[in-house]
Ligand binder design. Structure first.
Ligand SMILES: NC(=O)c1ccc[n+]([C@@H]2O[C@H](COP(=O)([O-])OP(=O)(O)OC[C@H]3O[C@@H](n4cnc5c(N)ncnc54)[C@H](O)[C@@H]3O)[C@@H](O)[C@H]2O)c1
Ligand SMILES: N[C@H](CO)Cc1c[nH]c[nH+]1
Ligand SMILES: [Zn+2]
Length: 426
């Protein structure tokens, strides 16, 4: 981790430069992805079986996971972990229920009724990553908000291992989340199946869930035909800490995100040079002891920074510019600074709210805006699984009252048939 002392330097644009945001050329990946999408569109299940053999090294007989396989997974996982999944589900459910929106109807003017109707999406597809690691928590975080929003049918896709099996924790989480169908398909081919539909997989209205670069680029490519949630980049954590905070806690929290990915970024912004040096030491010590030492080392070498600043206001200014996915505020009275935080996916306050509590258990969603997109976007929520319709009603009298104004509009636009649809009624 590099220690950088910042003394009133303008930080604008620096986050993008240090974290190499937005400099990637995806043209090579896109060529592969478009070929896969096109092949699945034309050849359906046949292409799905071929790609599963090519990329996941297994020849499958069936794409759909059977009820027996799910029951077997629940047995393997065991009652104790199922209970943990269920408690996490309760927390996630109750948090996401608070996000539900109601339809509304107004009758402010005589003879006019206006409104907005909220309806759940009918069918949603969830991508559960299954390559390097399996994330049952991600299955809960994507499935439960969809359920709470009232989505009628939820299909999940995830790549099989070389024995044709799905990680039992993923299957158990899918069962606890109430997912209706599960398919052993991964990568861009699974996104094609969900977007276009095949004989085995019915098409969906929206695709959510994180995945590797092939999945992300495929989601981007099918956007428009179906909706997507977001393009999630590598994990990020930014910690703001003043002096006298525990360097062990801070180092552990930084490592909790760098272990996700070589490209994950972990940043500490502190007012104390002494704390910076202590954390640097502690990070080295904890990295040596970690099971995921190689990933952590690479991630910290390329995207690990400690900024030493003059005061907390400066720290917040830099953090707002980074717009991190996760922001931990470890200062005395963190609630007092909350009003100054403008951009962050999720904010963790105090020394006893480490980021993994949010990843697994607390209730807020762990699918969050990354790569600076917290400047304009929000965590995954029930609002991602609903849509709105506007509602309009005019009585004959109400229409007659405003008819000339609408006709004037239509003449101004040269769209005379529009005006005529008013005229013919009177
Ligand atoms: N932001 C979040 O909330 C969150 C949560 C969990 C995981 N993630 C991220 O999701 C990603 C998961 O990636 P992963 O690779 O482990 O699993 P994955 O399931 O996303 O990808 C595996 C699939 O990629 C395809 N693939 C692999 N190599 C290919 C190639 N050369 N050409 C075409 N297709 C190919 C294969 O179809 C394979 O089945 C990670 O980057 C992880 O950090 C993010
Ligand atoms: N921190 C990840 C999102 O950046 C989510 C996750 C899943 N499992 C553990 N962590
Ligand atoms: Zn995590």
């Amino acid at each position: 981790m590099e220690i950088i002392e910042i003394n009133g330097v303008n930080y604008k644009g620096k986050a993008d430069e240090l974290l190499s945001r937005g400099e990637n050329d995806f043209s090579k990946i896109d060529r592969i992805v478009y070929e896969i999408l096109d092949n699945v569109k034309r050849n359906g299940d046949k292409a799905l079986f071929e790609y599963t053999s090519k990329f996941d090294n297994v020849i499958l007989k069936e794409l759909r996971v059977s009820e027996n396989e799910i029951d077997e997974a629940v047995q393997i996982v065991g009652e104790e972990f199922i209970d943990i999944l269920k408690e996490a589900r309760e927390n996630i459910e109750s948090y996401h229920k608070k996000q539900l929106q109601d339809s509304w109807i107004t009758n402010d003017k005589e003879g006019i009724i206006l409104g907005q109707l909220i309806r759940p999406l009918d069918r949603v597809g969830i991508y559960a990553p299954g390559g390097k690691a399996a994330y049952p928590s991600t299955v809960l975080m994507n499935g439960i908000p969809a359920k709470v929003a009232g989505v009628n049918s939820i299909a999940m896709v995830t790549p099989p291992d070389k024995n044709g099996k799905i990680n039992p924790y993923i299957l158990a989480a899918a069962k606890v989340a109430g997912i209706d169908e599960i398919y052993k398909i991964g990568g861009a081919q699974s996104i094609a199946a969900l977007a276009y539909g095949t004989k085995a997989v019915k098409p969906v209205d929206k695709i959510v869930g994180p995945g590797n670069i092939y999945v992300a680029r495929a989601k981007r490519a099918v956007f428009g035909l179906v909706d997507i949630d977001m393009i999630a980049g590598p994990s990020e954590i930014c910690i703001i800490a003043d002096e006298n905070k525990n360097p062990k806690f801070i180092a552990a929290d930084l490592l909790s995100q760098s272990e996700h990915d070589e490209m994950a970024s972990s940043i500490l912004i502190t007012t104390s040079k002494n704390l910076a040096l202590e954390v640097e030491k502690e990070v080295k010590r904890q990295t040596m002891e970690s099971e995921r030492k190689e990933i952590i080392e690479k991630s910290l070498e390329d995207y690990g920074y400690i900024f030493v600043v003059r005061n907390i206001e400066e720290a917040i200014k830099i953090s707002n510019e980074i717009a991190p996915e996760h922001l931990e505020i470890m200062i005395d009275n963190p609630f007092e600074m909350l009003s100054k935080i403008k951009n962050a996916g999720a904010i963790f306050l105090g020394e006893y709210t480490p980021e993994p509590v949010g990843d697994y258990f607390a209730g807020p969603n762990h699918t969050l805006p990354t790569s600076g997109t917290a400047k304009f976007s929000s965590p995954l929520g029930t609002y991602d699984f609903i849509k709105k319709s506007s509602l309009l009603y005019y009585s004959k009298e109400a229409l007659e009252n405003i008819k000339d104004k609408v006709i004037s509009f239509s003449q101004a636009e040269g769209l005379f048939a529009h005006g005529n649809s008013i005229k013919v009624r009177f």
